[in-house]
Design a binder for this molecule. Structure first.
Ligand SMILES: *[C@@H]1O[C@H](CO)[C@@H](O)[C@H](O)[C@H]1NC(C)=O
Ligand SMILES: *[C@@H]1O[C@H](CO)[C@@H](O)[C@H](O)[C@H]1NC(C)=O
Ligand SMILES: *[C@@H]1O[C@H](CO)[C@@H](O)[C@H](O)[C@H]1NC(C)=O
Ligand SMILES: O=C(O)CCC(=O)C(=O)O
Length: 292
């Protein structure tokens, strides 16, 4: 009887250990202090964000509209470098899952770590319109405390400031050194990073440039893309949020974009000169790797 009981105990312990081991192997799903889930909005009530955003914490909001995904999503382990070059690099966007393990970088990007390391450093904000013409420098702490807010539905991109890129490399290199970049390269290009943090409903309206990768460290980011020869209809000073709520639902079938929402652990690749626009569904921390 005693032996039987101790066997049961041992088995239970083994099962528990196995379960704990499984849990430990999963990527952490904490919000890093960026996401405190309390209120979920959809695009149609995004207008409420405007009323609420002045007196509520940014981290309380999430937009639920992930939309469809009509971009190839592949497991990185199944995509050789040659396959990437032949099928995607110069042809179409692709989303690669689990190509890198950025657990360490992710922990350095928690709200508290970034405040500790970079809180007093100045970051450069750009207007979130197609031609970001206005720049404002503020300490990161001030940006997080005072500027990082859910996007108001009727705000203009040209009046909305966004922290993305323009990173002072001298100051940010130490963090970038911890980033495991996507292990795919294009011939004769080098890498340059752009790092940013922005609130739910924010994003960059349609524009294009050279090829690159985009990854979210925290939060989700919805992407819309068109090939270089298919210029989308959009107003250069209006936000992605207004495009999604006003233009997108009425697009004729032939003008539907490629789109998908990416989450941590996924990397989106966009080829040279493809039109793209982004919409952060949550407070997001993100990094792009431009290949130029
Ligand atoms: C970048 O940061 C360094 C170190 O803080 C500073 O000396 C330099 O002036 C900064 N560069 C720009 C362009 O702000
Ligand atoms: C890369 O650059 C080298 C030297 O400039 C050139 O000879 C080569 O053709 C380039 N390769 C590609 C694929 O552009
Ligand atoms: C966008 O905003 C800028 C700055 O206010 C203005 O100069 C420009 O004319 C606007 N563009 C359009 C198409 O409204
Ligand atoms: O991450 C974003 O919101 C903007 C990304 C972008 O436009 C880019 O990487 O070119």
């Amino acid at each position: 009887m005693d032996r039987k009981a101790s066997l049961v105990t041992t088995c239970t312990q083994l099962v528990l250990l196995w379960f704990v081991g499984l849990k430990a192997a999963e990527p952490p799903r904490d919000g890093g202090g960026w996401i405190v889930l309390t209120r979920i909005f959809n695009l149609h009530n995004a207008a409420q964000l405007q009323r609420l955003n002045r007196r509520s914490l940014n981290s309380e909001f999430r937009l639920q509209d992930e939309g469809l995904c009509n971009i190839d999503v592949l497991d990185g382990s199944s995509v050789s470098h040659q396959h990437f070059i032949e099928r995607y690099a110069f042809r179409r966007p692709v989303i690669l899952r689990h190509v890198t393990d950025n657990t360490r970088f992710r922990s350095l990007c928690s709200r508290s770590s970034l405040l500790e390391e970079y809180g007093e450093r100045r970051v450069r904000l750009s207007t979130a319109n197609t031609h970001s013409y206005r720049k404002v420098d503020v300490p990161l702490r001030e940006y997080l405390d005072a500027w990082l807010r859910p996007q108001a539905a009727d705000a203009l991109g040209s009046e909305t400031l966004y922290f993305f890129g323009d990173n002072n490399v001298t100051e940010w290199q130490r963090l970038f050194d911890q980033y495991e970049f996507p292990p795919y390269v294009l011939p004769n290009t080098s890498r340059a990073y752009s790092f940013g943090i922005a609130g739910p409903g924010s994003g960059v309206p349609f524009h294009w440039h050279g090829p690159g990768f985009s990854e979210v460290v925290y939060g989700r980011k919805r992407w819309f893309l068109y090939p270089p020869d298919q210029e989308p209809h959009f107003h250069p000073n209006r936000t992605t949020l207004s495009w999604v709520t006003e233009t997108y639902p009425h697009l004729p079938e032939g003008e539907a974009p490629l789109e998908c929402t990416i989450s941590p652990g996924e990397v989106l690749y966009f080829p040279d000169r493809w039109w793209h626009a982004t919409l952060n569904l949550d407070t997001s921390v993100f990094i792009s790797t431009f290949l130029g």
